[in-house]
Write a protein of this length. Structure first.
Length: 262
């Protein structure tokens, strides 16, 4: 849209917060490079609504694709430059976009599925704003689904700590596990122990905490882009390094233990 974007995600093992942080960081870097600017690009934190896919997956997809039409930006969704609708119709290829799952709900034949999807979206072209997709007029503004779905989601949420640890809790846990002082953790040297500790701190910030890499970067005297690279190295290493996996789990327990202590 003109000042925001709507995205439909199916989240797996990687938390949505981490996905959005990665997207925001990469886009901000590209935007500032492209336009020779600096500083923040996004005004504030994203807003997310969890949707019951069994009941509303297709409705939400159609609703998002028709946003530019409702806003008077185009007469047909496929004519909007920044919409993924053309990709769903097979008129454009976006390597990062997964269309197969939604199209498979219409037909196992790809051509027929695209045709039916276009008809499905077209049949809702005169549909107005649906407040429920914006977290309005629902039992919980963060969740959209029937009462049973909402109850299940809330019950699962209640089993988690009431609040996520902040970046200071992450740093404290890392220092405990590695036996490092603030000076060693912030040191500019390439000593393996300190480098690994900073990498795991960055990983835990994205994976477990409510903090941001920019906050951790200030505490450690590093650039957030450097910490992003460190996270990638950690994730690549853990595929083959069982000892690193053990440290990650130990770090997770140490951080969460700090949160639930009275």
């Amino acid at each position: 849209m003109t000042n925001h974007v709507h995205l439909q995600f199916q989240v797996g093992d990687i938390p949505l917060s981490r996905i959005m942080q990665n997207i925001a960081l990469r886009y901000t870097q590209w935007f500032n490079w492209r336009h020779k600017k600096s500083g923040h690009v996004f005004q504030g934190r994203y807003k997310a609504v969890m949707v019951d896919a069994d009941e509303y997956l297709l409705e939400l997809a159609a609703y998002i694709h028709l946003n530019p039409v409702r806003a008077g930006m185009t007469d047909q969704p496929e004519n909007h430059r920044w919409s993924s609708h053309r990709a769903y119709l097979g008129k454009e290829n976006l390597s990062w976009l997964e269309t197969g799952f939604i199209l498979s709900q219409f037909s196992t034949d790809e051509k027929n599925a695209r045709t039916q999807f276009a008809r499905f979206v077209g049949g809702r072209v005169n549909e107005g704003r649906r407040d429920e997709f914006h977290g309005v007029k629902t039992q919980d503004s963060r969740i959209f689904g029937d009462d049973r779905f909402v109850d299940i989601v809330l019950a699962e949420a209640e089993s988690l700590p009431e609040r996520k640890p902040d970046v200071h809790a992450v740093v404290a846990a890392v220092k405990t596990i590695y036996g490092l002082s603030d000076e060693l953790l912030r040191s500019r040297g390439r000593e393996r122990k300190s480098c690994e500790a900073r990498g795991l701190a960055a990983w835990a910030t994205l994976e477990i905490s409510s903090g941001k890499l920019t906050e951790l970067a200030k505490l450690l005297g590093r650039d957030s882009s450097t910490l992003t690279c460190a996270v990638r190295r950690m994730e690549k290493r853990r595929e083959k390094d069982s000892s690193l996996v053990d440290k990650m789990e130990r770090l997770r327990r140490e951080i969460l233990n700090q949160v639930i202590k009275p």
